[in-house]
Ligand binder design. Structure first.
Ligand SMILES: [Zn+2]
Length: 236
């Protein structure tokens, strides 16, 4: 009676093991992991481009400051030249040539700035497209996470139901028998107790010698028998 009960407990234990295995190997979890990986890859690429962009923006800012400085210096010279305090002809000539040289310098700086802006433009485009990619992956990731949560909840519910049925049945199994069963189950791939069917152990599928089979079939009911081959508890 207790052994039959134990076999039912084992069936539920096997079901629980399967549910636990499915919980550990949910394809939804793999999908979440893949989405997380591609998101972090896109973010790493974006960070690289962002760094490149900030270097270029700093360069542009510095060029603009230099252009502004040249412009205001040119403005000051022109104002001075136009004023009655322009000074001697030599002074005016010197100022005029300084203004010209500043204008040339400013023109070079403007060319440099244009070049920086030309390098910034494709970078901005790439970053915009990366942001769009990240947003799409994030949306997908959220969906995958919701699917994973649902799958975990469903399997968790199934596990709790099976565990409740198992616990209910296990109450009637003597503690010593249960301990032997769980020790063997852990050692022997989840199956600790097997039926003896037509002289064959259903745990390892080996036929028992006739004498051994007879001994088991005629042993007292309160005495446990074990398979000689695999060591599992045998239920005649
Ligand atoms: Zn066996």
């Amino acid at each position: 009676m207790a052994l039959d009960q134990l076999l039912q407990v084992q069936d539920l234990d096997i079901e629980l093991d399967r549910v636990a295995y499915r919980l550990r190997h949910l394809p939804e979890r793999e999908a979440v992991r893949a989405a997380e990986e591609s998101l972090s890859s896109v973010k790493a690429t974006t960070a690289k481009f962002a760094e490149e962009r900030s270097v270029l923006l700093a360069e542009q800012e510095s060029l603009e400051r230099q252009i502004d400085a040249a412009s205001s210096r040119i403005g000051a010279i022109e104002a001075r030249l136009a004023s009655p305090a322009a000074g001697s002809y030599r002074d005016q000539q010197a100022m005029g040539s300084e203004a010209e040289s500043l204008a040339r310098r400013r023109s070079e700086l403007e060319d440099d700035e244009l070049e920086v802006m030309e390098r910034l433009e494709p970078l901005e485009q790439t970053m915009t497209s990366l942001d769009a990619q990240a947003a799409a992956i994030e949306a997908n990731l959220n969906q995958r996470r919701a699917e994973l949560k649902l799958a975990e909840e469903q399997l968790g519910k199934q596990r709790d139901e099976v565990a409740a049925r198992r616990d209910e049945l296990a109450v009637d199994v003597p503690p010593e028998l249960a301990a032997t069963y769980y020790r063997l189950k852990a050692k022997l791939g989840g199956v600790g107790v097997a039926r003896l069917v037509d002289g064959m152990c259903s745990g390892c599928h080996l036929k028992l010698p006739a004498s051994e089979r007879d001994r088991i079939l005629h042993s007292p009911e309160d005495q446990l028998s074990f398979c000689e081959q695999c060591g599992r508890i045998l239920v005649p």
